[in-house]
Write a protein that binds this ligand. Structure first.
Ligand SMILES: NC(=O)c1ccc[n+]([C@@H]2O[C@H](COP(=O)([O-])OP(=O)(O)OC[C@H]3O[C@@H](n4cnc5c(N)ncnc54)[C@H](OP(=O)(O)O)[C@@H]3O)[C@@H](O)[C@H]2O)c1
Length: 297
């Protein structure tokens, strides 16, 4: 029996797991070092129990990610994003495309590059100043009804965007930056996400890697000392404790939080995955939260 994709039922809530893997930094392996092999990195995170693998058309590595997951496609919750278009004329500049026609075009191109029939979680990568989010999400809901995507996500949006989008179609995940050293989301989006029951995928959960080193710079001398103390007591690395804090921060806000660390090394991938098993105590969470507070002296 063939299934008419246009009448396929809405997908179940996407299973994000306790931790995802951010593939943004993966590039074809130019070295002979097996620790740097992107396929081995993907295998390592899947072997460790991670299911959600996150990329974006803007990362320009969807072909690579598609090849790396191909032999284990059924194990993967594949996430990608559209809408961020690098602007060649301006270094570091980008345009946002979120109009309905572009949504469809971008999705088809990502499906081709990833060599999959469905993107399990498809995000708008960045809010648009010109296209109402209702138009974008309506177009995404069309892709969902056709079976081209499994769930709708948003990234880099405002609380109002989230609310308006959610009124058009339930949003399955919100991807925003969240780490000990960047907690802006706590004073903006988290309350709305909690109210609507939207899980938060916390990108750059170690401050783009700074928290793995926890070098004890002047800005965070005390916070670094506490991270180190807790890490030593638990025979963990400071990066693992920083990841465990992101996960453990959810209950305080009444929201599910899924850290999304990235790496280009198998060894680091294994270490990050292992952090998902660390449950910080309330006292440890509170100490870290206080000492890393943006208002801490
Ligand atoms: N939605 C958005 O706008 C947005 C923006 C940025 C990122 N993201 C997503 O979030 C993911 C993670 O972001 P990110 O890579 O910036 O942040 P991150 O995970 O906080 O940091 C990655 C950095 O930490 C290093 N690192 C990772 N594991 C390590 C370990 N165990 N020990 C020591 N160093 C380690 C990595 O270097 P090595 O490679 O040497 O391990 C890399 O330099 C991305 O892949 C992407 O999927 C989304």
């Amino acid at each position: 029996m063939t299934t008419d994709r246009r009448t396929a039922p809405a997908a179940d809530p996407v299973d994000l797991g306790r931790q995802g893997f951010g593939a943004m930094r993966l590039r074809p392996n130019g070295s002979a070092d097996p620790d740097r092999d992107p396929s081995r990195i993907v295998d390592a995170v899947l072997d460790g129990g991670v299911r959600m693998i996150d990329t974006a058309d803007a990362y320009r590595n969807e072909e690579l990610v598609g090849r790396a997951i191909a032999h284990r496609r059924e194990e993967v919750v594949l996430a990608s994003k559209f809408g961020l278009v690098w602007h060649g004329a301006v270094a570091g500049g980008f345009d946002v495309r979120a109009d309905a026609g572009y949504v469809r075009q971008a999705c088809d191109a990502s499906l081709r590059r990833l060599r999959v029939e469905r993107i399990d979680l498809y995000y708008l990568h960045h809010r648009s100043d010109t296209v109402p989010v209702e138009e974008t999400v309506h177009a995404m809901a069309g892709l969902l009804a056709e079976g081209k995507i499994g769930a709708i996500g948003l990234s880099n949006v405002t609380a109002e965007d989230l609310r308006r989008a959610h009124a058009v179609h339930p949003v399955a995940a919100l991807q925003e930056q969240w780490s000990l050293s960047d907690r802006a989301v706590e004073s903006t989006l988290v309350r709305t996400a909690a109210e609507l029951g939207v899980p938060i995928v916390a990108h750059s959960p170690t401050g783009h890697g700074a928290l793995h080193g926890a070098a004890g710079d002047d800005d965070h001398r005390e916070g670094t000392a506490v991270l180190r103390e807790i890490a030593a007591a638990r025979a963990a690395s400071v990066g693992q404790i920083a990841l465990a804090w992101v996960h453990g921060r959810g209950p305080a806000h009444g929201v599910e939080v899924v850290p999304l660390p990235g790496t280009t090394r198998v060894s680091h991938a294994r270490s990050n995955v292992a952090a998902a098993a660390i449950r910080l105590t309330d006292a440890e969470l509170a100490r870290l939260t206080d000492v890393w507070s943006p208002n801490a002296p």
